[in-house]
Design a protein. Sequence first.
Length: 201
Amino acid sequence: MKILAFVDSHGNTESLKKLIERAKKDDINVVICAGDISVFGDKLNKLVEMVSKIKKPFLVIHGNHESEEEIEKACKPFNNCINIHKAGFSGANFTVLGYGGGGFSKVDKNFEKISKVFKKIIKERAGHKIILVTHAPPYNTNVDKIGKNPVGNKSIRNFISEVKPDLVICGHLHENANKKDKIGKTLIINPGYKGKVIEIK
C-alpha cells in the first residue's frame, strides 16, 4: 500500500492542491495529515473540504493550531474524512493509530493513558502493518532536534520502542521537514507540508 502523508501545511492552499492531485492517482491508498493543516483553525472547514474531494480515506489529527473539536466538526460532513485522534482506522491489512495536539512537552501522561488502548488494538489486529500518527515527534531522533538539542516526546518514543510499529508519521518542528530516522526497525518520518509518498510492504 502507498500512503500520501503531509503535516504543517498551515493553510497553504497551493501546496494542498498539488497534494490532492497526487492523491487522486491510482497508486495512493490513503492520505494522512499529522496536524496543523490550518493557521489557528482559520478556514479549516474549507481545507478539509478540499481534501475530501479525493474520494479516498483522509485520516487527520489536530496539531497545535487546531483543537480536537474543530477537526471533528470539519470532518463530520464527509464520509472519507476521519479524525483519528485517540482512535484507530483499519484497512484490509493495516491499522493507523492517531494522537494529535501537543508538541511542547517531553512527557505526555494523556498519551501514556491512550497508549494502553492502542496496545489492545494492535493485539486485536495481529498481522496488520501498524502506523502511528502523532503531531509531536518522538524524543532524540532526527525529526525532533532544534540545533543539537532533542525536544521531542519521551512518552511517544517509549511506546514506539515497546510496540515497534512499522511506521511513525509526525511533524510540528518545521525545521525537520523531510527528515527521517529509525527507532529499531520503525521508520520515523516528518513528511513536511509538501508531503511524501510512503510505501508499506
